[in-house]
Design a protein. Structure first.
Lengths: 323, 289
């Protein structure tokens, strides 16, 4: 019951309270920040899922970049609507994850972490080298998402005709975030989630009682990358441009940090982590050249004081709600 | 052809040293040191400051780099990695810490040394020219020689000294080493300091050729990870092999693939993934590190 109430309060606050507060205070640039947080947390949710099977994934930047490019190419070169290209980007990222995951998911621990880190570089270099991605110049002036209608009924209006496309993007990103986290919650509390937990604890033992480990980890990695692709595609649409440097190793590491910071044991950890990390960084902008110093010091202090994430703070009601 | 091999050896000797430090830290503490590239950059800047600005002799400046990084590494181990490893529920927390330290060192470099590209005057002039088959500046040959010399010294240290034996015991089995009376905390600190010192030494050596700038840290770390993956994490011979293999691949790639544009590293990365699919723990690594 309290959980349902919390969900209602959460939905209410992101879809009504935040736009209301922004329109009252007139700080419109907040929309861009919050939209970014929503999309980055979708990608971080993917990373969190690979953590859930006991793998350290520092390659989400690669899949975000793949998603952004697929969507951009489909929209600009093939003229497909953005709303079709969005799932297509996710699916393509998932497909790539299956192909790459089959060999590299055999690696574990630090080896997997390193190879995924390298993967981020591979995709960036591939984007520079391939002709279809237009090299270092990137793909620019991607049109805003067009109208989506089913049987002549407008589901989503054309973003370019709207007076405030920022608000529209905010709503779209929040909706995407809610859907993604709802499905993540569902996955974790399903049979698949139980199997994942068994893999996290001991892969050999799980395999010995009949869990198809090799099959499962590829599926989980594909879902994870699907989230990454979605987040990346939407990001490209907001920025209306994609470059090979849109998602680099730094972003991959940030995705990982978001999960750590929020707490690896909690489904909503990545969301809280992204919010904290992004806003923390933005708030410290006033510090000028000391920004990175203070930011990293705070980060190190946090890990010293709370080695198991923000959500591990012993507050009974938070733990009950987020479990 | 000879030129390519010479370039490969030159690159490989530096890479092997970078990988050695990383693999040493990994073997001892099971920590993937993200900040390794930043430590390398700090080493470069310290040598630049002493040799380039205060004009002390080059070898003394190198020693300063080593000392700075050794102290830094020891402090990082004592006050950051040690407590976190002891307390955290999941070992992945050390990766967050390592990433945080990488950011912190980046910030420190930015504040102390600035963001400009820095270089120092050449230590020796002249170019070695063997019938136009191998052309190599003397300073590169000197640096390559020094690097190989330090690798030799490091191996000898690990093999024959008391400290080296303790470190090897620690890498092999932490608990058993402790039962044999090795002071685990002290030797973890020494090992981390040694790994950091190697990074500083390479930084100091290379500042004479490539110069140094703030942005070099991240890419250096990635290259070091690749070498460690090729050779196998936590194995000293593997790090050296990985370093020389990557150096050779880079030299060959630059010579052969240059007509197709800048795809050397793309090809190396893809080859590495195929290689790891066949041999997941590298050439000489222990399975699952």
């Amino acid at each position: 019951m309290t959980r349902l109430l919390a969900l209602v309060v959460f939905l209410f606050s992101i879809f009504w309270l935040v736009p209301f507060l922004i329109s009252v205070t007139g700080r419109w640039n907040f929309y861009f920040t919050l939209t970014s947080v929503a999309l980055l947390s979708v990608a971080s949710a993917g990373v969190w899922l690979t953590f859930y099977i006991g793998r350290i994934n520092i390659g989400q930047g690669a899949f975000a970049l793949i998603g952004a490019y697929v969507s951009a190419i489909l929209v600009t070169k093939a003229g497909i609507s953005f709303w079709v290209s969005l799932p297509a980007a996710g699916l393509f990222a998932g497909l790539v994850a299956v192909l790459i995951g089959l060999p590299i998911l055999r690696l574990r621990g630090v080896y997997f972490a390193m190879i995924t880190l390298v993967l981020t570089e591979v995709v960036r270099l591939a984007a520079l080298a391939l002709p279809i991605t237009n090299g270092a110049k990137g793909i620019v002036s991607i049109p805003l998402p067009s109208e989506l209608s089913i049987f002549g009924i407008t589901m989503i209006p054309d973003f370019s005709t709207m007076e405030n496309s920022k608000l529209a993007f905010y709503y779209a990103a929040c909706a995407l975030m809610v859907v993604c986290f709802a499905s993540l919650y569902r996955i974790v509390n399903s049979r698949l989630g139980h199997l994942c937990r068994s893999m996290q604890q001991n892969e050999e033992l799980a395999a010995s009682v009949g869990v198809n480990v090799a099959h499962l980890r590829v599926i989980v990695f594909a879902i994870s990358s699907f989230f990454g692709g979605l987040g990346g595609a939407m990001f490209g649409a907001i920025a209306q441009s994609v470059y090979p440097s849109s998602f680099v190793v730094k972003d991959s590491i940030d995705f990982m940090l978001n999960c750590f910071l929020g707490g690896l044991g909690y489904v909503f950890g990545p969301m809280l982590g992204t919010l904290t990390l992004y806003f923390g960084w933005d708030l410290m902008f006033e510090l000028g050249k000391y920004q990175l110093l203070v930011f990293s010091s705070v980060l190190i202090l946090l890990i010293l004081v709370l080695p198991n994430g923000l959500l591990s703070i012993r507050l009974g009601w938070i733990r009950r709600l987020t479990r | 052809m000879e030129q390519v091999v010479a370039n490969g050896v030159y690159l490989g000797s530096q890479y092997a040293m970078i990988a050695l430090g990383l693999t040493l830290i990994f073997a001892l503490m099971n920590v993937l040191n993200f900040a390794h590239g930043q430590m390398y950059v700090i080493g470069g800047f310290v040598t630049y400051t002493f040799y380039g600005q205060f004009e002390v002799p080059f070898l003394l400046a190198l020693l300063m780099s080593c000392a700075t990084l050794a102290i830094l590494g020891a402090l990082i181990e004592k006050f950051l990695f040690g407590p976190v490893i002891r307390r955290s529920a999941r070992e992945e927390s050390t990766m967050l810490l390592a990433a945080g330290i990488a950011f912190l060192l980046d910030a420190v470099i930015l504040l102390v040394f600035g963001e400009k590209q820095r270089g120092v005057p050449k230590i020796v002039d002249g170019v070695f020219n063997w019938d136009f088959r191998i052309i190599m500046p003397y300073d590169r040959m000197l640096i390559c020689g020094l690097a190989i010399l330090s690798i030799g010294a490091f191996i000898a240290f690990m093999q024959f000294s008391r400290t080296g034996r303790a470190l090897r015991a620690l890498a092999q089995d932490r608990t058993a080493a402790q039962l044999m009376g090795v002071n685990v905390n002290r030797y973890s600190m020494i090992g981390f300091a040694l790994g950091a010192m190697l990074a500083g030494l390479v930084g100091g050596l290379l500042v004479t050729i490539t110069g140094v700038n703030l942005g070099m840290g991240g890419p250096t770390s990635i290259k070091a990870f690749m070498m460690v993956m090729i050779g196998g994490a936590g194995v000293i011979s593997g790090a050296i092999a990985g370093g020389f293999i990557l150096g050779m691949l880079e030299a060959v790639g630059l010579a052969v693939l240059s007509q197709y544009g800048d795809i050397t590293y793309l090809v190396i990365f893809i080859a590495l993934m195929i290689f790891l699919a066949i041999r997941p723990h590298g050439l000489m690594g222990k399975p699952w590190g």
